[in-house]
Design a binder for this molecule. Structure first.
Ligand code: PLP
Length: 376
């Protein structure tokens, strides 16, 4: 007689696992065999060109990660001490940290209830004579209301850096995020739409601005004279190995995006009837969800629910905590919608190669955990 296997013995379904089944291995081996492993080599230009093509931007430059992409953008735009940058409190912490890294002051704004993203009317309310820039963050694959945000920016003469780390391939009326503002930044961390392990990209349409980013990425070195440094810069370069993985990933972009869309659709079908709320992207916004995320019903104990799912070997994630609640950014201020989304939101396993059986296991575990709390 066989006992049912204990839950913990089942393989864990992770929140994310990158799909590296294309040319990734072949291109990386090519780097190793040719010895082009550093930040020169053909894959860098190829990946950048493919990324510029995919986004419709005039210029795309690869960098070490999505955080330095943000810092490079802010730096090249001349953001510094005395400047205020308006950023949503509900975001990943890198958006805020890089503003501080420039010596500028982050000014938090609230999010919208429907799409969980920067609220343009609250941006308006936060503008002061010191405001220099707005940083809309396109979270979970949706896109901020860029019509409204760009109108505010034009009216007040503000710069715009779009944090698109979670929104590669997301468009608004067919136009790619990151091409509305001055600079768009992307991340290729292991759980992002395409991954290079660690990696990032900046995109821009303005030639002079793009050139400033390119120069600052490479220690401010002259384009004509080696070891002659014309401006202060950083080493934010991407390696050829990283770009090789990125190129292999972007070659399979349609397949990855289709798989992500399929995962979103399956969860909506499997969880239909449960009292959960999904992010509702704004008008004209189209893109794959980054991680399938939802708000639990009021009164749910998220930590207990996640612990219960962990017993079923299903990994989950809470959404981000609002930045204004972190110790170093604590303010005597409330952002009620950011706080509500943050308190009730969680993400489910959403990797492109997740199987139908795994999706069903996640859905069962989630439904049971809600039932245990009397909420389903
Ligand atoms: C992932 C992420 C970043 C940072 O990217 P890294 O590559 O991890 O440095 C920045 N902003 C948002 C919204 C992100 O999700």
């Amino acid at each position: 007689m066989s006992e049912p296997a204990p839950a913990a013995a089942r393989p864990v379904i992770p929140v994310y696992r990158p799909d590296l089944s294309g040319n990734e291995r072949r291109y990386v081996l090519d780097c190793l065999e040719s010895s082009w492993i550093s930040s020169n080599g053909a894959y860098i230009g190829k990946f950048e060109a493919a990324f510029a093509h995919a986004t419709g931007a005039a210029h795309a430059y690869g960098v070490c990660n999505g955080t330095v992409a943000l810092h490079l953008a802010l730096h090249a735009l001349g953001i510094g001490p005395g400047d205020e940058v308006i950023v949503p409190s509900f975001t990943y912490i890198a958006s805020v940290n890089t503003i501080v890294q420039c010596g500028a002051t982050p000014v938090f704004a609230d999010s919208r209830e429907g799409d969980w993203l920067l609220d343009p009317s609250d941006v308006m309310a936060r503008i002061t004579p010191r405001t220099r820039a707005i940083m809309p963050v396109h979270l979970y694959g949706a896109a901020c209301d860029m019509d409204a945000i760009m109108a505010i920016a034009r009216q007040h003469g503000l710069l715009v850096v779009e944090d698109c780390a979670e929104a590669f391939t997301t468009t608004i009326h067919g136009r790619h995020v990151g091409t509305f503002g001055d600079v768009g930044t992307f991340s290729f961390f292991g759980n992002k739409t395409i991954t290079t392990g660690e990696g990032g990209m900046v995109i821009a349409n303005d030639d002079a601005l793009a050139k400033r980013m390119l120069q600052a990425r490479g220690q401010g070195q002259s384009f004509a004279r080696r070891y002659w440094h014309e401006v202060m810069g950083f080493n934010y370069r991407m390696t050829n190995i990283v770009a090789a993985i990125g190129l292999a990933q972007i070659e399979r972009l349609p397949g990855i995006v289709a798989a992500k869309r399929h995962v979103s659709a399956r969860y909506r079908a499997l969880l239909s009837g449960l009292p959960v709320t999904y992010q509702r992207p704004g008008n004209g916004v189209d893109g794959p969800e980054w991680l399938v995320s939802l708000l639990l019903p009021e009164g749910a104990d998220r930590e207990r629910l996640m612990a219960r799912m962990a017993q079923d070997a299903v990994e989950t994630r809470p959404v981000f905590y609002p930045a204004h609640t972190m110790p170093m950014y604590a303010r005597n201020e409330h952002f009620p919608r950011a706080e509500a989304i943050s308190a009730r939101g969680m993400s489910l396993p959403s990797f492109p190669t997740i199987t139908e059986a795994e999706l069903a296991r996640v859905a069962d575990s989630f439904g049971n955990a809600l039932k245990e709390q009397g909420l389903a």
